[in-house]
Design a protein around this ligand. Sequence first.
Ligand SMILES: Cc1ncc(COP(=O)(O)O)c(C=O)c1O
Length: 400
Amino acid sequence: MEQYDFDQVIPRKNTDCAKWDASAYLFGSNDVLPMWVADMDLPIAKPINEALRRRTEHEIYGYSLTEPKSVVEAIINRLDRLYNWKVKPEWVQLTPGVVPTLYTLIRSLTVPGDTVIHQDPVYYPFWSAIEYNGCQVANNPLQLVGDRYQVDFEDLEKQFRPKNRMGVLPSRVKAMILCNPHNPVGRVWTKEELTRMGELVLKKNAVMIADEIHCELLFKGYRHIPFASISSEFEQNSITCIAPSKTFNLAGLHASVVIIPNRELRENFKTTRKGFLPTCNIFGMVAMEAAYREGDIWLGQFLRYMQENLDFLVDYFTRKIPKIKVIQPEGTYLVWLDCRELGLNPSELEDFMNRKAKVGLDHGIAFGPSGAGFERINIACSKSVLEEGLQRIERAVNEL
Ligand SMILES: Cc1ncc(COP(=O)(O)O)c(C=O)c1O
């Protein structure tokens, strides 16, 4: 069996990579260690590289089919095998990224002035996807209870009765965007939580958009449940976005999937995407199929490595930087750090991490008001890089 060496450090500087090559611009200096955006500094699964190499031997890269049969089959088989979710081929469309898919979905479901709910702190493009389409965000902030984030169901119900900008006329809630597993707080929502959210969405005649891009990135003991798989009513009232890009580190190939079981919603999306949102490119399709069919050996080893990194990080903060509290993630490879005890306001905290500690993290405030005082660190890197990042933070905290 192929053994992957995740301890090796692969230099990424000068490869036009956002994580490393935009650091000077983003963080104000070249010697910041980038631990931000959700991509990995680790080697990918060999079968993916081999499939890409085989494809380049053909030498012609013309237009492709929009949903090649074997790619769709690989997606459907995987969802069946992992979750016993039976997806029909006609429900599946390929897209060149989950973010552009979300923008297009909101356009297809709303008219300007409508409202879309989400739960902050949350992946920041959710905010812009809603606002870009002229809609209002209704925010249902997640509640940190002890050291675990929870949904505030009472508030969620209230968010279904929004007023428009003038605070006078009611605005209709057309959709809710669910992030599962949740970026940045790392929750993997339970069946009970999903059911309560889904029932509210159904009752209020809105549609659930389930962004499940992180669904295969799970820590020990956690299980992902696709929202749509819970019941046929949820299936007909939801749209699911997945992609191999987070799990198998293929973000630069722009390959993602949208699953729309409801015929009307599906046709609506097809019409809206016309001329704007292409299918994914041929290399993305090839990589997706190889990942979904042959990526499991790599994935098993990668998830074990992530568990070790997480355990190392938790131990490090507990013993050496106790002022920063780790919100233990259940999924994703992103760890949400509670830095409120440092007593810094959001811009001071940003400055502290970038200029004093010299680590490039995602600053909590970017994820919404509830993110103030928090930072997000990406642990999908070699152990030595992770340790270096933690040492930098430790030194800076000791000097505060
Ligand atoms: C919840 C979530 N959705 C979407 C994306 C990005 O998707 P894509 O690169 O396919 O646009 C990310 C990336 O981190 C994410 O965390």
